[in-house]
Design a protein around this ligand. Structure first.
Ligand code: DQA
Length: 144
């Protein structure tokens, strides 16, 4: 399967950024482990701090890839443009958050992208990305 992980703003600092909330592993280190665990699948990773670049990546991959795993970070709570991009494409999107957004500040409790996503995983750390990937793979095997 061809799956892209898209990470939004400040997630390039994973490992250094508020480790008590986001953990101490960099995304690159995690992504290497992920690729090693799923060698039969084509996994791509994209990160941007810029809203329009995230919209572009969703559009670019959203008609040809089998799945998009998206952590839109702070844009989760604000971006109509990203929410509309998810609705516009055909590829299913799973929303992931490393932290439990419902256990944090009130402004993080609302995701304006969830309603356009196949599902959402929040609060399970980096393992959330792995679970989203397993879901796409199992769904595909079920429908094969
Ligand atoms: C986050 C949660 C968001 O509220 C926050 O702005 C982030 C990361 C998470 O992965 O827990 O940057 O999406």
């Amino acid at each position: 399967m061809k799956i892209v992980i898209i990470n939004g703003p400040n997630l390039n600092l994973l490992g250094k950024r508020e480790p008590s909330i986001y953990g101490s592993e960099s995304f690159d280190a995690f992504f290497s482990r992920l690729k090693a665990s799923f060698p039969d699948h084509q996994l791509e990773y994209f990160q941007s701090n810029i809203e329009g670049e995230i919209v572009n990546k969703i559009q670019e991959t959203g008609f040809s890839y089998d799945g998009i795993i998206l952590n839109a970070a702070a844009y989760t709570h604000t971006s109509v443009a990203i929410s509309d991009a998810i609705a516009a494409v055909q590829t299913p999107v799973i929303e992931v958050h490393i932290s439990n957004i419902y256990a944090r500040e009130e402004f993080r409790h609302k995701s304006i992208i969830s309603k356009n996503c196949a599902g959402m995983i929040s609060g399970l750390g980096l393992e959330g990305y792995m679970l989203a990937l397993s879901y796409f793979i199992h769904q595909d095997q079920r429908h094969a």
